[in-house]
Design a binder for this molecule. Structure first.
Ligand SMILES: Cc1cc2nc3c(=O)[nH]c(=O)nc-3n(C[C@H](O)[C@H](O)[C@H](O)COP(=O)(O)OP(=O)(O)OC[C@H]3O[C@@H](n4cnc5c(N)ncnc54)[C@H](O)[C@@H]3O)c2cc1C
Ligand SMILES: NC(=O)c1ccc[n+]([C@@H]2O[C@H](COP(=O)([O-])OP(=O)(O)OC[C@H]3O[C@@H](n4cnc5c(N)ncnc54)[C@H](O)[C@@H]3O)[C@@H](O)[C@H]2O)c1
Length: 582
């Protein structure tokens, strides 16, 4: 139970000012006085807050969630918003989040916005993978590779009438750009949490029992905190298959590659998923030659097959990239004593030895493993599945018997549902909604994904094979519509006509099942489709939305317009019936 009171302080006097009742059950409880100490002009003042919400007792724990200094009537005032957790059992916090990555951060900000007393425990540095070793520094490197690509593309520049002398880069300065950006975003994340009153507790968190967490740093005594709700958001680390020896110099993961300590002439990239593809864009733009080693039969096996083929034509074939598919990197030995990196390949299916490659360096991009070691899951009878924390569709953690555990949730990479930064954050927001009595289930089919190559690839919902399988099981028809960037004025003005948008939909209802885009700014364009899926908007209606001309968004406009849906639109019907006077 959470309530809010707003206090006003006049020149050292702190007195209750107004009472905001946020009880969802609409009770008529009499106001309860709860002791509260506030800081005013550097002095701690004892006062009280008035709560008019059932379940709040005078013993309830009260926390400040917002302070705001104001000048009113020429006098300095302190406006304080406080929240209290009530009920029979008291906890130090309404919410304790373990892990201050983007998932934990998203959950924490939403929790304080909802008036919950919130703490976040971080065992390393705020920002987690995305900010320090993932999305943020990689996008800084990709920003450089995009510009280098453009400046090196004489043909493209000539078509625009531009002449540029040979483009050069300073490796250390490029690396510094990525590092500085991570530092800046980490600072923003930390300040946003501090500013809103989230307690940042430093140390590795371990669950001792339901609602109870221990945290501590080496050399310091452990502390124990209790929380009505605990959200696990401990993320993931690079997965390195057995037989591959990482030395961080010649055989490395994305953690090392982002530091850009050197640019090998010949880099083998093991795995052609998101990380492999994005780093191939960076390293080839900076002069390396790349060899992909992919266990499955084709490159980029996670993408819609048609988009994967196009990606190979646009992002792989014209570049200094070759590949071996259907092979596993069974053993990789780092460079030593003047010898190169040695990669032993075996056939994925038969496990027969295939080839031995000698390269300057190898980047291991074979997926990520959940980071749940030492979390104390055994203390709440939870068994991980390949390291992932089992959860239901509401991110509630499940025990060995498949039962939910009171007040225990897991979000982000640690639950393995969708290893994306914004998915982690959206899951955190969804959990906070639930614990503040708003049932909320995140539709993962509406969560977009993007690969920030040049040009970009983006997607939401099902791939064509997934949609066809679902259609067969559930007995409906699937249709496909496609539009090309070649017909888009803005793309042509930019001399970037290479690209495709693909819509997978139900012709009987107009439901959008999936959208896949490869082309200029595909990562931004996907949101019209993902929002439509999230809101349940049918193609019948979205095809009437108006897009500014000339913009890339017209690629999607054309896409929705070209779909053939059986029933007429509710929008067109209402427009026909009730014309709006202009
Ligand atoms: C190279 C790369 C590029 C990426 N690019 C993108 C991208 O462009 N877009 C995108 O959406 N996703 C991207 N991702 C994926 C994205 O980084 C992750 O999906 C996201 O970081 C997951 O967030 P999280 O909060 O679940 O975990 P993390 O960000 O991993 O954060 C977990 C935090 O928990 C802390 N922690 C762990 N255990 C404990 C403990 N016991 N006690 C206290 N603290 C603990 C860790 O120190 C860490 O700070 C990329 C990943 C990589 C590796
Ligand atoms: N732009 C983004 O959103 C972005 C960018 C980078 C990473 N990420 C996230 O990070 C996660 C990890 O990315 P990733 O690219 O490492 O994983 P991934 O799962 O996308 O791709 C891994 C690839 O490695 C292959 N593979 C696995 N073991 C192999 C072996 N021994 N030999 C050869 N090939 C092997 C797999 O078949 C697969 O194609 C992804 O889940 C992704 O969501 C997202």
């Amino acid at each position: 139970m959470v309530a809010e009171a707003t206090m006003l302080a006049f020149n050292g006097l702190v007195k209750p000012w107004s009472v905001k009742d946020s009880c969802s059950s609409g009770c008529n409880a009499a106001p309860t006085k709860v002791p509260l100490s506030v800081e005013f002009r550097g002095l701690r003042k004892e006062s009280f807050a008035l709560f008019k919400t059932c379940g709040i007792q005078s013993s309830s724990s009260v926390s400040l969630v917002k302070r705001q200094r104001q000048i009113r009537d020429g006098k300095s005032q302190l406006r304080v918003q406080a929240s209290a957790s009530g009920g029979t059992q008291t906890f130090d916090y309404d919410v304790i989040i373990i892990g201050a990555g983007v998932g934990g951060h998203g959950a924490a900000l939403h929790a304080v916005e909802k008036g919950l007393k919130t703490a976040i425990i971080e065992g390393d540095i705020v920002g987690g993978t995305c900010v320090n070793r993932g999305c943020v520094p990689s996008k800084a490197l990709l920003a450089v590779s995009g510009r280098m690509r453009e400046l090196q593309d004489e043909h493209h520049l000539k078509a625009l009438g531009i002449q540029v002398d040979a483009a050069k880069f300073d490796r250390a300065a490029v690396a510094a750009h990525a590092d500085n950006l991570a530092t800046k975003i980490r600072g923003n994340l930390t300040n946003s949490m501090k500013g809103l009153g989230v307690d940042i507790l430093i140390g590795v968190g371990t669950i001792l029992a339901p609602h109870k967490v221990k945290y501590g740093k080496i050399g310091y005594p452990d502390r124990i905190v209790t929380g009505k709700n605990i959200i696990i958001a401990t993320g993931s680390v690079p997965f390195v298959p057995p037989g591959i020896e990482i030395d961080g110099k010649s055989v490395f993961t994305s953690d090392h590659a982002l530091k850009l300590e050197w640019i090998p002439d010949w880099l083998a990239i093991v795995g052609s998923g998101y990380i492999g593809l994005e780093f191939s864009d960076v390293y080839t733009a900076l002069g390396a030659e790349v060899t992909f080693i992919e266990a499955l039969d084709g490159l980029m096996p996670g993408f819609d097959p048609e988009i994967g083929k196009l990606a190979q034509r646009v992002l792989v074939n014209p570049r200094k990239i070759d590949w071996h598919t259907g092979v596993l990197a069974k053993k990789i030995t780092p460079a030593k004593d003047g010898k190169p990196v040695i990669i032993e390949l075996v056939d994925t299916k038969t496990k027969e030895p295939k080839e031995v490659l000698e390269v300057d360096a190898a980047l291991i991009a074979t997926g990520r493993a959940p980071f749940t070691k030492g979390l104390g899951l055994e203390n709440v009878k939870v068994e991980t599945q390949r390291g992932f924390v089992p959860v239901d569709e509401r991110m509630r953690v499940l025990d060995k018997q498949g039962n939910t555990i009171s007040g225990l949730f897991c979000i982000g990479d640690a639950n393995g549902k969708m290893m994306l930064a914004h998915a982690a954050s959206a899951q955190g927001i969804s959990v906070v909604e639930q614990i503040t009595d708003n049932d909320n289930v995140l539709n993962h089919l509406s969560v977009p994904a993007a690969c920030f190559t040049h040009p970009e690839i983006s997607m939401v919902g099902l791939t064509e094979p997934q949609a066809r399988k679902k259609a067969e099981e559930e007995g409906f028809k699937v249709s496909i519509a496609k539009t090309s960037f070649k017909a888009n004025t803005k793309a042509l003005a930019e001399n970037e006509g290479e690209g495709l948008a693909k819509l997978i939909y139900r012709p009987d209802t107009g439901e959008i099942l999936g959208v896949h885009i490869l082309g200029l700014h595909a990562a931004d364009l996907i949101h019209e489709a993902s929002n439509a899926i999230a809101m349940g908007t049918s193609i019948k209606d979205i095809k009437f939305a108006v897009h500014a001309h000339p913009t890339l968004s017209e690629v999607l406009d054309e896409l929705f317009k070209s779909a053939k849906v059986d029933e007429p639109s509710s929008v067109s019907r209402s427009v026909n019936r009730e014309p709006v006077p202009v």
